[in-house]
Structure formats: C-alpha cells, structure tokens
Design a protein around this ligand. Structure first.
Ligand code: ATP
Ligand code: MG
Ligand code: MG
Ligand code: MG
Length: 567
C-alpha cells in the first residue's frame, strides 16, 4: 500500500454514537465522537491518530508561514525555573493560572504559560550588537495554564499547543515592521486554514504593551464578545471598546467578596448582586474592577471568572497619576494620594469625582508634586479599596468611529499579537551595542497562535449535523474510500486507494470487515474528510460513487475517472 493510504482496519479508531456527557460545545462533542481526541483529565487531552494528523496539518501551515517571514524556529523548555518570572513580576501576577512545582531539592519551578522572560534571556545571551538584530524567534510548544474553567474540550485546555514568537528590534519603527510581518503571516495562516476570522483591536492586559490586536473566529461557542461596525468595519474586543463607551456608575456596589453563591456565578447573579440596572443584565455585560475587565458576557453564560476577579480584588500594582493624564471620561485611576498629601482611602473614577478638578497637582507617595509613581505596591505602600464599574455595551450602540450601530458577536480568540515595547527588555536589561557604540535598549513584540485551539475553532465553524467537515488542507485525508459490501467492494476499494495514494492523494479507506455499509457511511460523515468515494453496488463493473462531504453532491463514474478527478 502506498504510504499515504491509511486502512481503517489497522487504525486505532473508535467512533461513538452519543455525545460525551460533559461536552458543552459542538467541537468537543464531535472531536470526541469521531475519535480524534480523548479526555485524560479536565482540560488535558490525548490526541488520537486522526486528531494528531489534523494537529500536524495546522502546525505545518503555521510553521511554513512563520518561516516565510524569516522567523527562526527554536524550542525552549516548558519546565522553567521561577527566577526569571519573579524578575518580571509575573510569578505573582499570574496567580492561580500558573502551574507551580518543586524539584526533589525543594527548588521552585513552573510550567511555562508563555515565554517572554526566557526568550529575552536567550537573546541577551546570543545577541550583542545591533548587527545581530532584528531577530524573530518562534516555537511550537506545549503550554500550561491552570484555567479556572477548562470546559469546551480543546478550545480551552490546561495543557495546549501554542505557536509563540517574539521579535527583537533596536527601534520603534523596526518593531512596527516585525509586527506588520507577523500580522500578515497570521492573515495567511488563518486564510489557509480556512477559518473565518476578524482582526480586532485589543487591550494588551497583563502583557503590558501598547499596540495589540486579536484574531477572532466568530462562533457561538466562543468565550469572547467582539464589537463590529458593519458600516465602517471598525472592530474591537469589548475591552478596547470600553474606552469609547460611557460606563454605568458602578460606585457603591457591594463588594464582590460578599457574593455568596455555591457555584461559579453567572453574569446575572453578579449583576443582581451589584444592583446593576435590569436592562443591563439583559444585554452584554462588562464588569471592571479597578479599571480592569474581569468579566464579559451575555445572560446565561457562566462567565464570571472568580480567579481573575480575586486577583483584582487585591491589586498588586497601583499607578498614581496626575490629573493631566486624563483626557477621556472613561479613564480610571486605581488609587491616588489626595491634594493635601493624604491618602485617599478609595479609588475613584477620576473625572466623575467632583472633588477632582482637571489640572490639580497631586502629591504622590514619594512626596513629590506632579509625578507618577508606578508599581507602588498596594498593601505595602498603601491600601486601595476595591470598587466595581459596570459598562453596558449593547447592539445598536453608536460606533466610536462612524456613529452607525454596532453589532456584538461571540468569537474564539485564535491569535493575538502585541507590541510589547521595553517591558521585558527593562526587566532583564536587554541592550545591544548601537551603531554609535553606545548601548541601545531592545524593543520587543510577542505573538501567539492557539494551534490546538485552531483545530477546535475550525471544527466549530465547519461542522454540520452529520459531523465534522474539514477543509482539505487540514483534513486527516483527502479522500475517504468506503468499501460498502463484501469481498468485491473491499477489493475495489483497496485498489482505488492504492491508485490514489500513488498519485499523491491522502486516503483513508474503510476496509473494516463485519461493519455494515450504513455504519461506514455514518462514520464517514462524522469523520469529515472532504471527499467520500464509495465502492458499492456497481463495484463489479468498476464504477464508484464520488460524494462531496460538504454539499452532499454525488456522482457515479468509472474508477479511472474518479482517480483522474481526485488526483
Ligand atoms: P483567552 O482569552 O482565550 O484565555 P489568552 O488571551 O489568555 O486567551 P494569549 O495569552 O493571548 O491567550 O495566548 C495566545 C493564544 O493562545 C490565544 O490567542 C489562544 O488562541 C491560545 N490560548 C490561550 N489560552 C489557551 C487555552 N487555555 N487553550 C487553548 N488555547 C489557548
Ligand atoms: Mg487566558
Ligand atoms: Mg484573551
Ligand atoms: Mg490573548
């Protein structure tokens, strides 16, 4: 048999008629039922033969497009010492999301959730001069995050495959070019994968950067909500969108710690607890604590991430600022020192606070007028009460760019690109010698594709009632040959498979003995290879049926014609 022919009689594959009991999303149900993946524990998955092939196909596309922009593939460890993450502050910042472990001597380690720190160290070690830059490095690797709610199968794993890359440049303009190259590579990747996607502006969050965009695949199973304007094409995730919306005044809401619920609260539970207007609970909700989004959702979702919420209830970092820093009503301060030099015990929404006149000089914790004090540690330096702010974004709200009505849709985050700037370069003092012989601080970007998540996102977008329905580039085979009958059918099926394989076509052939044609047809639909070729009723005449999995169109033809058409 040609190497490209997989015989189902020799493949470890067990399909299931029923959905797994714990499955909430379509991709989860179908990938398990079609025998692509198997759950090992919550958020931890085994890739079975067909699944591994699909994952490999996605990986190949990602690798080719990264190579095409001149990025170099490396492989860093997933088991990491804690020190670099302490140095960047993320050992604490990540909170419960981080898998931490000890070695036999009691040394602290972690399983890498993302690798900015380690890449920065690698480049510090390997690159000494501006001549060594720009450099773009990537890896396709297993990542670990102890997600609060690892539901949805491989959409949100606690162990998952990510392509992460990092760019290192000597100037802001050069960083923009590296960012642009990645953006293009991502467009090509998602186009080749056959994913429907949008690029939306994003807030960079804990990565701590400036420019950032997300690649979102619209799907009902998505956990992200994004805003889109059909009139002008404006697209933003809801975090970015809040800067353009007027928040409902959230001051005076009862503390979230008081929320007493046995289970993960829903958006309604939280809204009710907060006393948010009833109309708000009916629509998409965005809950901010200390200016950071902690929950986004629509009614009926179990969206409130208590882990994330808890992190925000004890903010590790507080930024003190002057009144002049604020230009927008939705700007928020997390805490400040009052004009008399005293501590304000509570964080205020800055411009909404009548006691704050624009242009007021502020005395910071450092007792110095008109200065910023970043990274003041709350609890150590002073206390800031948590408060809540609720922003309501509804379909039909005016677009911040053109004022036409926006739409709100659910989507899966499949990729994310950041201009990090010098956050990590500063933390690790990453400099190279510049053209003038003086050291230059390096500026960085980081870029991620959810490789395993893309498999699930594709399944979400392409599946139908019968099962999975892969685009050809990603499918585990090009043609699924079904031997529907006895010896004559099996003989013909194997013969046509051989011919197709020899012509370079990847074939999965159902040559299982003792399995009825009906079961084989159902399995073929479920497995989702784009073309199904049936050796059935007219096998003895050398006539087969060629069926398009997506459209259901079928046509009978002699074997030679089928091979010619599919090769
Ligand atoms: P999410 O908002 O879904 O939690 P993220 O913003 O935390 O994702 P990033 O840190 O931006 O994720 O990581 C880059 C990419 O890795 C994401 O765009 C996503 O496609 C993928 N990814 C992140 N977390 C997971 C996960 N738990 N399982 C599978 N893929 C993931
Ligand atoms: Mg996340
Ligand atoms: Mg995200
Ligand atoms: Mg992200």
């Amino acid at each position: 048999m040609a190497a490209r022919v997989q015989r189902m009689s020799r493949t470890m594959l067990k399909t299931l008629r029923d959905d797994p009991a714990d499955a909430e999303t379509l991709s989860h149900k179908l990938l398990v039922r079609a025998g692509y993946v198997r759950r090992a524990a919550a958020g931890i998955w085994t890739w079975l033969p067909l699944g591994k092939q699909v994952l490999e196909n996605v990986t190949r596309v990602v690798r080719e497009e990264m190579d095409a922009i001149g990025a170099q593939e490396v492989l860093l460890p997933a088991l990491l010492p804690k020190e670099p993450y302490e140095q960047s502050g993320r050992y604490e910042e990540y909170g419960d999301l981080l898998f931490r472990l000890k070695d036999r001597k009691g040394g602290d380690y972690l399983l890498g959730p993302t690798h900015e720190e380690i890449f920065t160290q690698v480049v510090k070690d390997q690159c000494a001069s501006y001549k060594d830059l720009p450099v773009m490095l990537y890896q396709i690797q297993t990542k670990y995050r102890d997600e609060a709610r690892p539901r949805s199968g491989i959409l949100r794993g606690r162990e998952f495959t990510m392509k992460d890359s990092y760019s290192f440049d000597v100037s802001d303009a050069a960083l923009e070019e590296s960012y642009r190259l990645h953006r293009q590579a991502y467009q090509r990747i998602f186009e080749r994968l056959g994913l429907d996607y949008r690029i939306v502006s994003a807030v960079s969050g804990s990565m701590g950067g400036s420019a950032s965009e997300e690649f979102l695949a619209p799907a009902a199973a998505g956990e992200d909500t994004f805003v889109y304007c059909p009139a002008c094409g404006f697209a933003a995730n809801t975090e970015a969108m809040t800067t353009a919306m007027t928040p409902v005044d959230g001051s005076g809401h009862p503390p979230v710690e008081d929320l007493d619920t046995p289970d993960t609260p829903t958006i309604e539970t939280l809204a009710e607890h907060l006393g948010v207007p009833a109309s708000a609970t009916l629509k998409n909700l965005l809950v901010k604590v200390d200016g950071e989004i902690v929950a986004v959702g629509v009614p009926g979702d179990r969206e409130v991430d208590m882990g994330k919420l808890a992190e925000h209830l004890a903010p590790a970092e507080v930024e003190l600022v002057t009144a002049d820093d604020f230009t927008d009503r939705s700007d928020l301060v997390r805490g400040y020192v009052g004009p008399q030099g005293g501590m304000a015990g509570k964080a205020f929404r800055y411009l909404a606070d009548p006691r704050v006149a624009p242009g007021t000089s502020w005395v910071t914790g450092a007792n110095k007028a008109d200065t910023h004090a970043r990274n003041v540690v709350c609890g150590r330096d002073f206390e800031v009460d948590q408060y809540l702010d609720v922003v309501v974004v509804e379909p039909g709200d005016p677009c911040p760019r053109c004022a036409e009505g926006i739409t709100l849709d659910r989507a899966i985050e499949i990729g994310h690109i950041f201009q990090l700037g010098r956050k990590y370069a500063d933390a690790f003092e990453l400099d190279v010698l510049g053209q003038d012989g003086k050291p230059v601080r390096v500026t960085m970007g980081s870029y991620g594709v959810g490789v395993s998540r893309a498999v699930a996102a594709l399944a979400e977008q392409t599946a139908d009632e019968q099962g999975l329905c892969w685009p050809r580039e990603i499918a585990p085979a090009d043609v699924h040959v079904v031997a529907a009958g006895k010896a004559a059918q099996t003989e013909l099926a194997l013969e046509v498979s051989e011919q197709l394989g020899a012509a370079g076509v990847r074939v999965l052939v159902d040559d299982r003995a003792g399995v009825s044609p009906g079961v084989k047809f159902t399995d073929a639909e479920l497995i989702g290879v784009p073309t199904i070729l049936v050796a059935g009723r007219r096998a003895k005449e050398g006539v087969v049926e060629v069926k398009d999995r997506r459209t259901g169109e079928r046509e009978e033809m002699p074997v030679a014609d089928a091979v010619a058409r599919l090769a």
